[in-house]
Design a protein around this ligand. Sequence first.
Ligand code: AMP
Length: 213
Amino acid sequence: MNIILFGPPGAGKGTQAQFIVKKHNYFQLSTGNLLREEVKLRTPLGREIESLISNGKFASNEIVNTLLRQSIINLKFRDRIIFDGYPRNVEQAKNLEIILGELDQSIGHIIFLNVSKNIIEKRIMGRMTCDKCNMTLNEFFNKEQIELHPCGKEFLKRRKDDNFDIVVARYETYMKTTKPVLDFYSKNANFTEIDGAAEIEQITNKINDVLNV
Ligand code: AMP
């Protein structure tokens, strides 16, 4: 059973995906991470992606869909994928249905983490992401965990697109382009909305309740 974690940038999708991975033995498929891996390779495509991401713009559907398909067809991910950051527009939502249909897979749960713009700004401005394991921590809320991070705290870095102006641009893009995906999904029986402003542990518990049904 595959899961979509849906919500604005900074809603906590990555953080919650990491918990689901550990507890329910899932694979996190973050299109943001796939794109950042491509950037690290310094290929012409990676450079193109870097300039888009660092300006708060989306990568093209063509690029993202290709990277996504390559991951989904990897058999070890079969029916245990958490989609984090995908779909981000209606065309991607339709594309996901087509790819999963072709592979005889489906979406078991769509979980929407609903958070206001105010909270998102505070969370993103403190976010640190590990270059090695992709774990996200917050420099204001996780001081001790940062010091003790197993990969070494020197690998925890601010993302280039986590600055105030870009965060505002990313939120606006979410409202305009990604929120319509909610209409696409919200009438489905497997759609659940969770208050993403709650404490991390409370959100995790609610997600566990949904997944254990
Ligand atoms: P994220 O790590 O999910 O916050 O994504 C970081 C950035 O990668 C986004 O602001 C977009 O520029 C790009 N990105 C991630 N996922 C997608 C997607 N599904 N479609 C287009 N661009 C994406």
